[in-house]
Design a binder for this molecule. Structure first.
Ligand SMILES: C[S@@+](CC[C@H](N)C(=O)[O-])C[C@H]1O[C@@H](n2cnc3c(N)ncnc32)[C@H](O)[C@@H]1O
Length: 381
C-alpha cells in the first residue's frame, strides 16, 4: 500500500499540496480495506474491466492506491456504486470546509454523508471530525451493510442508516454539513431544512445534457442556500427510491405531432461536441433536454438527436456533409427544443462563454431554484 504515492497524485490533480489535516486523515484510513474482492476500472474503450483480488492481488492493491474511481457495483449494466476517485473526495472535503478554523471538537455540530457506498468517505469524515458527529445514509441495504462492516473492521462507528437521501435524514438533523456523493439536478428541500444557518451543502451536479460540476452552498439565516458551481466531478446520479421509480417524462402513446423544419447557424458540435463549459450551461438552463449522436449515415452524414425528459418534444439537427455554417433542424412537440438550445447557446456566448465556476445557484426554502452568473443579482432566466 502506498498512500504517499496517492497523496502525490492527488496533489498533482489539485494543483497544490494536500493540507496537513486531509493528509493525516488519508494516511489513517486504508482505502483497500473498503474495497470488495472485485472492482472495475475503465477499459479505455467505453467499457469496464474487472480487477480481481484473487486473480491478481498486486494489481488489485495497486488500484486501491491510484487516483481513480473503482466501480464496486453494477445495476442494469450501469455502474451504481463506486469508491470515488480520491482527488474528488478530497476536493469535496475541501469545499465542505470540514472543521474550518474556529470549529472545535467540543462544538455540537453534526454532518451527514449521503451515499455510504464502501464507507471510505464516511471513515475520512470520522477521522477528521470524530465519529460521534457522522451519519451516513445509503439507499441500497446490501451496500449499507457492507459499508458498515468495512467501517467497523477499520475501527470507525458512524451511524450507518438505510434511507433515501432525497428525504434527507431528519433523525439526527440539524447538520453543519450535508455531503452528497452522488449527483443531483435539483437540491432536495429536505437538505436545506436539515442544515443549520452557516452550514454547507456540497453535492456533485448533473443535468440530462451534461453530468459535470460540484455545487457548494451555504445556508443563510433565512433558510435559503446560495453558492457556486465548481469545475470538477462527474458522479453517478442519485437513485430514486423504489416507490418513486416511475419512467422519466411522458413517453406514453404520443398523439401525432406536427414537425417544423428550419435552418440553424448554431453548430450541433458547439452544443454537444464536448465543450464542457457550453454543455454545462445548456444543461442548467434547458432543463430536461438530452442528446445523442447518430453517425450511422442512415439519414444524413451526421445527425444530432435531442429529446426531452419532461415531454414528447424532440428535435434533430442535420449536417449534410457539405455545409458547416448551416444545419437543417426538424422539431416537434410542445417544446421547441432546438430553439431553446440555440437561444441558450447564444446567451452563453454573449456572456463571454462563462466557465462552470461563474455559475451559481440560490435555492429558496420552498424548493425554488434561481440560477445566476457571477453574482446572485445577475439571474439567468
Ligand atoms: C459514488 S457512490 C458513493 C461512494 C462512497 N461515498 C464511498 O466513499 O465509497 C454513490 C452511492 O450513493 C448511493 N445512492 C444513490 N442514490 C441514493 C439515494 N437516493 N439515497 C441514498 N443513497 C443513494 C448509491 O447506492 C451509491 O452507493
Amino acid at each position: 500500500m502506498n498512500t504517499q504515492g496517492l497523496l502525490a497524485e492527488i496533489a498533482e490533480q489539485l494543483g497544490h499540496p494536500v493540507s496537513d489535516k486531509l493528509a493525516v486523515a488519508l494516511r489513517e484510513v486504508p482505502r483497500h480495506r473498503f474495497l470488495p474482492e472485485t472492482v472495475w476500472v475503465r477499459d479505455g474503450q467505453g467499457g469496464y474491466r474487472p480487477i480481481d483480488r484473487a486473480a491478481d492481488p498486486g494489481e488489485w492493491m495497486a488500484a486501491a492506491y491510484e487516483d481513480q474511481t473503482l466501480v464496486t457495483q453494477f445495476s442494469d449494466g450501469l455502474p451504481s456504486s463506486s469508491a470515488s476517485m480520491p482527488s474528488m473526495v478530497l476536493r469535496m472535503l475541501q469545499l465542505a470546509n470540514v472543521a474550518p478554523p474556529g470549529w472545535t471538537q467540543q462544538q455540537p455540530f453534526k454532518v451527514v454523508e449521503f451515499g455510504t457506498g464502501t464507507g471510505f468517505n464516511a471513515a475520512l469524515l470520522c477521522a477528521l471530525l470524530g465519529q460521534g458527529r457522522v451519519t451516513t445514509v445509503e439507499l441500497d441495504p446490501v451496500l449499507a451493510e457492507q459499508g458498515e462492516r468495512n467501517l467497523e473492521a477499520t475501527g470507525y462507528a458512524p451511524a450507518v442508516v438505510v434511507g433515501d437521501a432525497g428525504k434527507g435524514w431528519p433523525d439526527s438533523a440539524p447538520y453543519a454539513l450535508v455531503l452528497s456523493t452522488f449527483s443531483v439536478d435539483q437540491v432536495p428541500p429536505a437538505w436545506l431544512a436539515q442544515t443549520i444557518p452557516g452550514g454547507r451543502i456540497v453535492t456533485p451536479w448533473t443535468s440530462s445534457w451534461c453530468c459535470y460540476g460540484t455545487l457548494a452552498l451555504t445556508i443563510s439565516a433565512s433558510g435559503t442556500a446560495e453558492g457556486r458551481f465548481h469545475d470538477f466531478a462527474s458522479f453517478m446520479p442519485m437513485r430514486p427510491s423504489i416507490e418513486e421509480t416511475t419512467p422519466h417524462g411522458d413517453h406514453g402513446q404520443a398523439a401525432p405531432i406536427l414537425e417544423v423544419r428550419s435552418v440553424t447557424e448554431v453548430s450541433p458540435w458547439a452544443v454537444a461536441g464536448g465543450d464542457l463549459d457550453a454543455e454545462f450551461h445548456l444543461g442548467l438552463t434547458v432543463t430536461g433536454a438530452f442528446f445523442s449522436w447518430d453517425t450511422t449515415g442512415e439519414h444524413v452524414p451526421v445527425r444530432l438527436r435531442v429529446g426531452d425528459t419532461t415531454s414528447t418534444s424532440w428535435a434533430t439537427v442535420d449536417f449534410d456533409g457539405i455545409h458547416t455554417t448551416e444545419f437543417t433542424v426538424t422539431q416537434a412537440g410542445p417544446r421547441q427544443l432546438w430553439t431553446e438550445i440555440a437561444v441558450a447557446y447564444r446567451t452563453w456566448e454573449s456572456n463571454g462563454r462563462p466557465g462552470v465556476g461563474r455559475h451559481g445557484l440560490t435555492v429558496h426554502s420552498d424548493g425554488g431554484h434561481t440560477l445566476w452568473l457571477d453574482s446572485p443579482d445577475h439571474p439567468l432566466t
